[in-house]
Design a protein around this ligand. Sequence first.
Ligand SMILES: [Zn+2]
Length: 301
Amino acid sequence: MRVIDAHVHTWSREIISKKDLDARRISAKSSGIQPQLDSPVTNLVTAMKRAQIERAVILPIDSGLNQDMPLSLQEKTDWHADEVKDDDSLISFVGLDPRRGKEGLEELERAVRVKNCKGWKMYPPNGFYPDNEDFFPYYELAAELNIPIVIHQGFTSRFKHVKYARPVYVDKIAAEFPQLKIVLAHVGMPWVSEALMVSAKNPNVSVDISGWQIFASKTPHKLYEMIAEAKLWHVFPNRVIWGSDFPLFEYAMRLEKWVKYFANLKMPDSFLDRGYQQITSEEIEIVMWKNAARLFFGENI
Ligand SMILES: [Zn+2]
């Protein structure tokens, strides 16, 4: 089985803010793990090899309008772009807050045309609703550049605001810009039905299942229910994309285990008895490889 991890992160304590480091310490304490203050690309590549993941998509986050960042917006784009430039298995997005106005628009274009970034990662919990019409020039530009947008949805860290991360605030963009490819991260968890509804009504909207190893490890029925609902809306399998959010959920389920778990995923009898269909290996291949190969790596499959 060929696998793309469509949602991973890299950072070092030199490039993130003091506040983000504090947030990492707080979340580590509540999960009972050591804080992850660095996540170098070498760790990612080692974990990918162990898990037999062929490719991964790095999604940087722009928190520069909220926090004192050690790097400028442009330096941060370059830091991530340089990290992947000699490795064909990796691509990087540009992290951009659309409240940056003209500077942000210029950076979006530079990141894609000059630095070879393959998409735009947006992080609304930094304090904005994505469907603000002031941001429409960004969506026009993203459509013109023919790049996908991955939008963080749902659960967020201590100092961010979760109210901005509801899938319903993406619906207007998806409807107004039908040519724009949008991915709702984490299936909007906990607003799963809302994410699936936005995806169901907009054929240009997909969902990624990064972070769902938390449920797989503890309460797998939630994963089965999500897939059953996604099937009902015809979102599964063609608009569901596999990912991990590496390294954030390694404490819940290691990357290689998450790959194996999903590659062998079967609906339990209790679901089949209620009329749900079994998951096929073709569907798994679409979710773990084909959708991301098409959307992020420009393959015609
Ligand atoms: Zn993430």
